[in-house]
Design a binder for this molecule. Structure first.
Ligand SMILES: *[C@@H]1O[C@H](CO)[C@@H](O)[C@H](O)[C@H]1NC(C)=O
Ligand SMILES: *[C@@H]1O[C@H](CO)[C@@H](O)[C@H](O)[C@H]1NC(C)=O
Length: 229
C-alpha cells in the first residue's frame, strides 16, 4: 500500500515538474530585463511599450488601443505587455475585429444597408405639429431648440477632441469604452481602454470593468484596475 502510494506521489511530482521545466525552457529567449519574449511575434519586446511614440498603423489596420501598438519592424500590432495565458483575443476599437493571421484589427465587412438611417425627428415635436400652440408651448419649443438636443435620447453629445468646428459624436456613455460614465473629452467619465495593464475591459452602466489583465498583472479585487505583479 505505502509503496504504491509513494510511487503515486513520485509520478505526480514528475507530472508537475515536467511541464514547468519545459515551459521555462521554451519561449524564453535572450531578452533584456526591460524586455519580454513574445512568442506570437517571435521577438523580444519592450515591457510597457516603446520609449518613442510608435508609428501609426497603415490604412485599413488598427491596433487594440489598450494593449497593442504598431510594430514597424514586425509589420503588425505588438503587445505592450505579455499576453495573458489563455486569454481572450485583444480588444479592438468600435466594430473592428482582431485578425490573428495579420495580428491587427481590421474592419468588419458590413453588408450594404437598405437605406441610411434618417435623422430622428421626434425630439422636435414642439416645432412640427403645432402651429396653434399657445405661448407656453412656443416658449418651450424655443427653449428646446436653443438647448439643441444634438443626439437622440439616451446618447450624450461628446465633443471630438482635436476636431475643429465643434464636431461631436453621440455616445452611449453607459456602455462606451472610451467615454464610460461621461464624455472624456469634457473631462468626465473614464477611458476604460487606458487602464494600465488591462487586456479586455468593458463599460457597464457607466463604470469600467476589467475582465482580463495582461501577463504580469493581476486583476484588482474591485475589478476596476490591474495590479503589476
Ligand atoms: C544573449 O545576450 C548577450 C548580451 O546581449 C549576448 O552576449 C549573448 O551572445 C546572447 N546569447 C544568445 C544565445 O543570443
Ligand atoms: C483612450 O485611451 C486609449 C489608450 O491610451 C487612447 O488611444 C485613446 O485615444 C483614448 N480615447 C480618448 C477618447 O481619449
Amino acid at each position: 500500500m505505502s509503496l504504491i502510494a509513494r510511487m503515486g506521489a513520485m509520478l505526480l511530482v514528475l507530472f508537475i515538474a515536467v511541464p514547468i521545466v519545459s515551459s521555462t525552457s521554451i519561449g524564453s529567449k535572450n531578452c533584456t530585463k526591460k524586455e519580454f519574449w513574445s512568442k506570437d511575434n517571435d521577438d523580444c519586446l519592450p515591457i510597457g511599450g516603446p520609449l518613442t511614440p510608435p508609428p501609426p498603423p497603415p490604412k485599413g489596420k488598427a491596433c487594440p488601443p489598450s494593449t497593442h501598438y504598431w510594430g514597424k519592424k514586425q509589420g503588425c500590432c505588438v503587445p505592450l505587455n505579455p499576453s495573458p495565458e489563455q486569454g481572450p483575443p485583444p480588444q479592438c476599437r468600435g466594430a473592428w475585429v482582431w485578425k490573428s493571421t495579420v495580428r491587427s484589427c481590421v474592419p468588419v465587412p458590413t453588408p450594404p444597408k437598405p437605406s441610411p438611417p434618417k435623422p430622428s425627428n421626434h425630439h422636435h415635436n414642439g416645432h412640427d405639429n403645432n402651429g396653434h400652440g399657445g405661448y407656453r408651448q412656443k416658449r418651450s419649443a424655443l427653449l428646446k431648440s436653443r438647448s439643441a438636443p444634438l443626439c437622440p435620447t439616451g446618447l450624450d453629445a461628446c465633443p471630438i477632441s482635436g476636431a475643429k468646428g465643434g464636431d461631436y459624436e453621440c455616445l452611449d456613455t453607459a456602455t462606451e469604452l472610451e467615454s464610460c460614465g461621461g464624455c472624456t473629452s469634457l473631462g468626465s467619465g473614464q477611458n476604460c481602454t487606458a487602464i494600465p495593464g488591462a487586456w479586455n475591459v468593458g463599460c457597464e452602466e457607466g463604470y469600467c470593468t476589467v475582465y482580463t489583465c495582461a501577463g504580469g498583472f493581476k486583476r484588482s479585487k474591485d475589478g476596476k484596475s490591474c495590479i503589476q505583479l
